[in-house]
Design a protein around this ligand. Structure first.
Ligand SMILES: Cc1ncc(COP(=O)(O)O)c(C=O)c1O
Length: 401
């Protein structure tokens, strides 16, 4: 007898919106309709023999919630159904997902190539943490394909990138970089947070592993931290399973349940947020105080053609540079009433961030300049509010500048 209920539905052939509502459900003997929150640390066994069989891996079933949990398994199953991935493992945060995807497969002597334009904490892991354990890393200008090729060494095991990048919304050619990684025998990890699973499918472009901070659009309402790693079954079996089990960056079942339910409305939210973002980018681009507005689906974006080819929409994030540096950026932010100052993103509520003094403050001004992060740059995670209310709020900011 297997202790695991079978998933209710085979997602194959179903469209994404349907998979997000039905994918991954493990229904108990009570026939509940809504997914159940299994708040339990451990599981009990019918007999000592059954317990032994579970530990030996001869019988499917739950052992301990650091290893797996039915609610967490539902969240993982739903993410697999959405991405078309063979396997998913959820983690406590997006950073735990990124760190596990690297540390589970790397050893001293290996080499990693990553794009320079990365979320600050990921840059810390690549630049400072991995070298402490004998893993060398090279940071490249991600839009320059020759830079990826030239950085390859025989020890290169992993390529890592995010696209669109944070906070300048640069677009990296995932399919072309995947080819370079494949010919180098390396694994390509894509952090797909800014694009969201709705607007970009890195596996279809050749990625081997996709990671998310589920904290962002997957929750979408600013409540729970979470992360997820999507990969082949083989990667889980060879690397991830044991690493996660023994090191314990497990997600709480409660958080997994919130995310599982949040994900049902993901396409609706992302669609509305991105239509707001596109309108606001156009609104800002026409203003005198704005040096430039950055949005992947605007024709003046440096990688506009690539964005159109690789993404199904321009995304929910926009950035813009004000004349007048930090003082102007602060005056703008302080004048807003609706769009709140916060470093988070992907929330139903619109949020504004000044990258130079928050997410990227640990870099020198020179390093920030190299990444295109000037003191006048602001990033907005556009929410679900009415576009006109948001535009009126931005007008308040512009007046203060
Ligand atoms: C692109 C990107 N990746 C990863 C993370 C880390 O996610 P978490 O905060 O859930 O650890 C973030 C957080 O802002 C992010 O923006």
């Amino acid at each position: 007898m297997t202790a695991l209920p079978r998933p209710v539905l085979d997602p194959k052939g179903l469209r994404p919106e349907t998979r997000l509502v039905h994918g991954g459900i493990l229904r108990s003997q009570f026939g509940e309709n809504a997914e159940t929150l299994y708040l339990t640390q451990s599981y009990v066994y019918e007999s000592a023999e059954q317990c032994e069989a579970r530990f030996k891996g001869e019988e499917d079933g739950f052992i301990y919630s650091r290893y797996s949990n039915p609610t967490v398994a539902m969240f993982e199953g739903r993410m697999c159904a959405l991405e078309g991935a063979e396997a998913a493992r959820a983690t406590a945060t997006g950073m735990a997902a990124v760190t596990a995807s690297l540390f589970s497969q790397l050893k001293a002597g290996d080499h990693v190539i990553a794009a320079k334009a990365l979320f600050g904490s990921i840059r810390y892991v690549i630049e400072e943490l991995l070298p402490r354990f004998g893993v060398q890393s090279t940071l490249v200008e991600g839009t320059d394909l020759n830079a990826w090729k030239n950085a390859v060494r025989k020890e290169t095991k992993v390529f890592l990138l995010e696209s669109p990048t944070n906070p300048t919304l640069g677009i990296l050619d995932i399919a072309a970089i995947a080819k370079i990684a494949k010919s180098a025998g390396a694994c390509l990890i894509v952090d797909n947070v800014f694009a969201t699973p709705v607007l970009q499918s890195p596996f279809e472009l050749g990625a081997d592993i996709v990671v998310y901070s589920a904290t962002k659009h997957i929750d979408g309402q600013g409540r729970c931290l979470g992360g997820v790693i999507l990969s082949s079954q083989q990667f889980v079996a060879d690397h991830l399973q044991t690493f996660l089990r023994q090191t314990g960056p497990s997600i709480s079942p409660f958080n997994a349940w919130v995310l599982l339910k949040g994900i049902e409305t993901l396409p609706l939210r992302v669609e509305k947020m991105q239509s707001n973002a596109a309108k606001l980018a156009d609104f800002l681009a026409g203003k005198k105080a704005v040096k430039k507005a950055l949005y992947p689906f605007r024709k003046d974006h440096p990688q506009y053609e690539l964005a159109r080819k690789q993404m199904k929409g321009g995304g929910t994030m926009l950035s813009f540079e004000l004349d007048g540096g930090k003082a102007a950026a602060f005056r703008f932010s302080n004048a807003l009433r609706l769009i709140r100052i916060s470093n988070n993103l992907g929330d139903a509520k619109s949020l504004i961030t000044h990258p130079a003094t928050t997410t990227h403050q640990r870099f020198t001004p020179e390093a920030r300049a190299e990444m295109g992060i000037g003191d006048g740059l602001l990033r907005i995670s556009v929410g679900l509010e009415h576009t006109d209310d948001l535009a009126e709020d931005l007008e308040r900011g512009l007046k203060a500048v």
